[in-house]
Design a protein around this ligand. Sequence first.
Ligand SMILES: *Cc1c(COP(=O)(O)O)cnc(C)c1O
Length: 466
Amino acid sequence: MTGKKLQRQMQQEMIDKKIFNQVKEYAFDYADKALERNVYPTDEAIKKLHIFDEQLPDNIGDPLGIIEVLHKYGSSSTVTQIGGRYFGLVNGGVIPTALAVKWLNDFWDQNTPLFVTSPITSKLEAVVESWLKQLFNLPESTVAGFVSGTSMAILCGLAAARFRIYQRLNWDINSKGFINAPKVRIVAGQHAHATVLKAVALLGFGKDNIEWVDVDSEGRMILDKIPELDENTILVLQAGNVNSGSFDYFNEICDKAQKTNTWIHIDGAFGLWAAGSENLKYLTSGIEKADSWSVDGHKTLNTPYDCGILMCKDKEALVSALQATGSYIVYGENRDGMLYTPEMSRRARAVELWATMKYLGRQGIDELVYGLHERAKQFAEGLSENGFKILNEVVFNQVLVACDSDSETEETLKNLQELRECWCGGSQWFNKKVIRISVCSWATTEEDVTRSVLSFVKARNQVEKK
Ligand SMILES: *Cc1c(COP(=O)(O)O)cnc(C)c1O
């Protein structure tokens, strides 16, 4: 085929829309079946994925055939995240309006480094930045960067901290790097998320240099165990422990840290949204005293993947840490998104974040967030009534469950996963094995929780029978 022939074929595909109509049909078929199908793919479905093991094709493919094979073998090997009984990791569901908007956004296929590359995205990023600031009650000077997730957001927050602290020490870290640099300290709770360690490693601080703070039985930093702080220190706090869902005592800790001008970063991947619930916002009281915050849209807020946000009250530090220059990069008066992100080319994730926040509004965010908490409480009560042990205070959306022994817990979890009525992962909580529940989707109903509790009981009964 000559280049022109391929081009004509693709023009035709854009014009006749057959492939898009077919995808729409498959997508709707998937959505209709999602609520009944296994929450986790069967071993058989996963085995069939070998169909994808092939050499790079020599020739141009048949679009409808490509889409068909993907639906036939791919859809059945997905994890049913859009349903109400997936409780693994901290994976949010998806708000229908945001999903629909994502389709339109897909057709736009915007690249978003600069205002000139996508005025609409620049506008929506600015709007969402201001909405987030209001919702979380953050300082007026706060700016937001729209990144792939909290991993990246933490990296950006700590990069801004690094820049600012070194600048105060008269050391241009961007130019000079770490060789012969003065020491900057990192203080974090023992339960800091793995991605905090990753960011520390990527930024060159070295994980071994983290000063760890002991935590209490819920995984919160113990105030008295925080070492002497100073202005050359980055303190990393947590809104939402990835296991227990607990929140650090922001008011007390931040008051102490602010006296010494310590840079405070709060990792609030899923927990920061507690600020949007009247009944739960006591958990985030004091967050406004920090310098930077990382949070996900794709977890608690249920935007489509991927969507993470870094917020920083020190715009100059963030921009200095991340800014790139080049003869063809034209920054303007309007918001240029790449000033606030490590990436240059990026998809327009703020479009879906905007649609989600516009759809939910304050009331909807409150209902969504509090609903997750209510379902988590129901889960914990249901399991407790059935003889399971709940090892954490269910302050937010996370529930840690154990049986009488570690081996019984592990076997119950294995059986539970094989039943596929719901899906949970395992974890370790202090010295105990646990089954970890994260209620993270708007789609989880009371009925879903009841069904899932029954599946827990069945899974444990299967252990007893052996
Ligand atoms: C999920 C999570 C992260 C990482 O976020 P990603 O969006 O997966 O990159 C960091 N911290 C906490 C507390 C989390 O729950």
